[in-house]
Design a protein around this ligand. Structure first.
Ligand code: HT7
Ligand code: ZN
Length: 867
């Protein structure tokens, strides 16, 4: 299992001008004819005449070079590489391959999902279709003809525009597609199947008429309207905010059931996991609706950031992903609530990226080595990568940032480029030296910034000192100081913000940095890292009382939320320590009062409150501890929840009542906020465990008029009693067993139940007729849901949870390497548990490591975890 290293990058020996593909699709037998015009790379000094291309494990039926048939000893093909020696400077190579998409359970290359043929080529899937220099810096023009049975596959799609179509004998037909834009092969796509579609015209800013189409299985076509509305929002937003217009006449999206990731931005033909397309209020939650908007936007925005300007090599992945996540975050912020969006992003970053950055998978935003690229579609590349763009945006401001983006497209359109290229245009636009900032791309780990204050009542000077520290790790034994933007304010005792906006951005470059503020009233509090201005761990010396004040009065919404988080975290730490020492459990009055104030505030934004009053998830809380005690964290969280519910019962009941009047089908910010806060209040009340509150939840479950409420109540009922869990699961199943995406919710909710019989129940569910390891969404719902979101049962002291997951990883690895590798990540943090669990988790990793035929994907995760 060899590593690929960034430092070994060399330009390709051969480039491709034109790619002509013909797919002849028949059951169990798809024939692909690929005709490539290749030429020696003129920019390469020592030109090789040996053509080496990548290839997967398929049968090659014939090869011709400039029309001459090549005998099988004129080339080598070993299922990994396809090699032909002594090539001329320019030539045409035709290869015929035989594929069986029906048997492709890895879902990379060409495969079939519920009767629909489709492709997934990112990162290195194209090589499973035909021999090709499968690397993003080889860009070519593609023509693709698809031939198939007219009844089984009435719809035949590829990138670009349809240029020819017609009928053939034996009920067969064909369509030829031509993509006018050069692209790397990872953006190639094909879809063939029985699909229905909706379409909508769109006039772009310059007056061009384009058509937007969304395809789905006929029974789901009515659930595509939200996705279409989001697509139009995205096209318009990119014109208005980034000055970017769509470049083809047609934009197509296809919803597929079996898909390894969320969606794929293939040029002009996006392929989506159905989960990010299909929605109506009866079957999709508010979160689902929001996720669809985010993912539709994200894939659309790739058309410029990723497709028009692409990557020189896979190490640069964040160049397209970090930037495109930043763009989708801005899109959702501009269209919805900016602070609620920011809070969600930071929650994800803290819960998932921070731990990644301190564990065995820690890597810089631009990694310098990988074994299997698929393993590097990570929180660090995507989410931390987006934070880096956000920091640049703060340094430059919107206007200069947009000038930098304009320069990026002007200089690099149609090219495959690097992070340095992006930084160079930003440096130019912002007249800024980006040398130190670049360390964010090359250095792994999350810095901690410690904030201390000193106030002199005589001079009325408040000094605030920031100290940064990044712990060393396997990537770098010494860490350099980073260039950190700190956006801050000062809140005086009346709650007034006393630093003017234009002075609020501090640029930290050294290990420590002190700022002194003059003429500051006594009792003034610093509000630091507003809007989470840098992806760092923040350590302050604020007391509970001061945090409660900021939670109520800070003028920065994000920091009001963050003050609540810090209060929760401190409380949980105190409770966990009391549990460990068998001391009585108490809850601080500051927290209860802060909660009471927030809940009684009639004018508060409910969407914001639903975020601010939610106790962080166990997974987020785990990051507070050097040694994670899952049972104590669970018990502490439960105690805190029950205490708040018991102390503030009338306020919670009042909230349930007041928020209960939203339009069940409306997606307005207010209605989403109402539902979020009401369901949060119901879950607090349910923690009391009394028959009367269980009755309230059961009735709310029965009365639910949309999936948001139905799902929330179902989830709560599955935490109450085995009887209510059984009853609600049976009812939910009867109502929804026909709908796969809703059934994923059914599996997930049972997988994350804290009730005692959860592991046996999950094992039973694996044998349920509706369960299959071949569908990634189902695996993510049940198996991954259990391993990642049910710490108490996954980490059962018996080791049964680990054993169960280890078996499933091995089983899955024979079906789908990418999904098996994702699941293996649940053992990544084994060193952070008590000695008993550490031994058991390590044993699981060793069992995996010793297993014969382990995929390269799983091998990489396991070997990093054990190293
Ligand atoms: N660019 C896409 C990444 C992706 C992917 C990666 C590995 C394996 C399967 C995959 N499917 C899609 C998605 C995106 O970030 O937009
Ligand atoms: Zn992306």
């Amino acid at each position: 299992h060899a590593s690929v290293l960034l430092k070994d990058y060399t330009p390709p020996d051969f480039l491709v001008d034109r790619v002509t593909l013909v797919f002849d699709i028949r059951p169990e037998e798809t024939r692909v004819t690929s005709t490539l015009t290749l030429f020696k790379n003129p920019d390469k000094s020592n030109k090789s005449s040996v053509l080496k291309m990548d290839m997967g494990d398929f049968e090659i039926q014939s090869v011709t070079l400039d029309g001459q048939n090549l005998s099988s000893n004129a080339f080598q093909a070993d299922g990994k590489q396809f090699i032909v020696p002594d090539m001329p400077d320019r030539f045409t190579l035709e290869t015929r391959t035989l594929l069986c998409p029906e048997k492709n359970t890895r879902l990379e290359g060409l495969y079939r999902s519920r009767g629909i043929y489709c492709t997934q080529c990112e990162a290195e899937g194209f090589r499973n279709i035909t021999p090709f220099p499968d690397r993003p810096d080889v860009m070519a023009r593609y023509t693709c003809t698809i031939i198939a049975d007219k009844t089984a596959c009435p719809v035949l799609l590829s990138n670009g525009n349809p240029v020819k179509a017609g009928d053939l004998p034996d009920n067969r037909h064909f369509v030829t597609w031509e993509d006018p834009f050069k692209k790397p092969c990872y953006l190639f796509a094909l879809v063939a199947g029985n699909l229905s579609w909706i379409e909508s015209p769109f006039v772009t800013r310059s007056g061009k008429h384009i058509t937007l189409k969304i395809f789905a299985e006929p029974e789901n076509i009515d659930k595509c309207h939200h996705a279409m509305a989001c697509l139009k929002q995205a096209v318009k937003w990119d014109e208005e905010r980034f000055n970017l217009e769509y470049d083809l006449d047609l934009y197509q999206i296809v919803a597929i059931n079996d898909f390894n990731a969320g969606a794929m931005e293939n040029k002009g033909l996006n392929i989506f996991n159905a989960k990010y397309v299909l929605a109506d209020p009866a079957t999709a939650t508010d979160d689902d609706f929001m996720n669809i908007q985010r993912v539709i936007g994200h894939e659309y925005f790739h058309n410029w950031t990723g497709n028009r300007v692409t990557l020189k090599n896979w190490f640069q992945l964040s160049l397209k992903e970090g930037l495109t996540v930043f763009r989708d975050q801005e899109f959702t912020s501009d269209l919805n609530s900016r602070s609620v969006e920011r809070i969600s992003n930071v929650k994800t970053l803290r819960a998932l990226q921070f731990p990644e950055d301190s564990g065995p998978m820690a890597h810089p935003v631009r990694p310098d080595a990988y074994i299997k690229m698929d393993n590097f579609y990570t929180m660090t590349v995507y989410e931390k990568g987006a934070e880096l763009i956000r920091m640049i945006h703060q340094f430059l401001g919107e206007t200069l940032f947009q000038q930098g983006m304009a320069l990026y497209f002007k200089q690099f359109d149609g090219m495959a480029v690097t992070v340095e290229d992006f930084l160079s245009v930003m440096a130019q636009a912002g007249h800024m030296d980006m040398t130190q900032f670049k360390r964010w791309y090359t250095q792994s780990g999350t810095p901690t910034v410690t904030v201390t204050r000193s106030y002199d009542p005589d001079t009325r000077i408040l000094s605030v000192t920031f100290a940064q520290h990044t712990p060393f790790d396997r990537n770098q034994s010494e860490k350099q100081p980073l260039h950190i933007p700190i956006r801050m304010g000062l809140i005086d005792p009346e709650g007034k913000d006393i630093i003017p906006e234009q002075k609020s951005l501090i640029q930290m470059r050294d290990d420590t940095h002190t700022v002194a503020f003059q003429n500051v009233p006594s009792g003034t509090l610093p509000s630091v890292f507003r809007q989470f201005s840098a992806p760092v761990k923040i350590s302050t010396d604020l007391s509970d009382e001061e945090l409660a004040f900021l939670m109520a009065r800070d003028t920065d919404d994000f920091n009001r939320w963050d003050a609540a988080q810090t209060l929760f975290n401190k409380e949980i730490q105190t409770l966990v320590s009391a549990i460990a020492r068998h001391r009585p459990l108490t809850v601080s009055q500051n927290l209860v009062q802060a909660f009471e104030t927030a809940l009684s505030d009639q004018s508060a934004d409910r969407a914001f409150l639903a975020k601010a009053l939610a106790i962080p998830q166990e997974m987020e809380l785990a990051n507070l501890f050097d040694c994670i005690d899952v049972d104590a964290i669970h018990a502490a969280r439960q105690h805190l929840k029950t205490h708040l519910a018991a102390t503030l019962t009338p306020l919670f009941l009042n909230t349930i009542d007041q928020c209960g009047h939203s339009d069940p089908e409306s997606l307005s910010i207010q209605d989403i906020g109402n539902r979020g806060l009401r369901n949060l209040a119901i879950s607090y009340m349910a923690s009391l465990g009394t028959a009367s509150v269980h009755d309230i939840v059961w009735k709310a479950f029965l009365a639910a008029e949309n999936m948001t409420d139905e799902f929330a109540c179902f989830k709560i009922l599955c935490t109450t009693t085995p009887e209510l869990k059984r009853k609600s699961a049976a009812r939910f199943y009867d109502k929804w067993s026909h709908d796969p995406l809703v059934m994923d919710k059914w599996f997930y909710v049972q997988a994350v139940s804290p009730l005692a019989d959860t592991l046996p129940c999950v094992k039973d569910l694996v044998t349920h007729p509706d369960f299959t390891l071949t569908n990634p969404n189902r695996v993510r719902a049940l198996i991954y849901g259990f391993a990642m979101n049910n710490p108490v049962h996954f980490h059962e002291k018996t080791g049964n949870g680990y054993e169960f997951i280890t078996d499933k990883i091995l089983e899955l690895d024979t079906i789908n390497h990418q999904i098996a590798a994702r699941l293996t990540g649940c053992f990544n943090h084994w060193k952070k548990y008590d000695s008993h669990r550490r031994v058991l988790m390590k044993q699981s990793l060793e069992i995996l490591a010793a297993s014969p035929n382990l995929s390269t994907n799983v091998y990489e995760i396991v070997s990093r975890a054990l190293a």
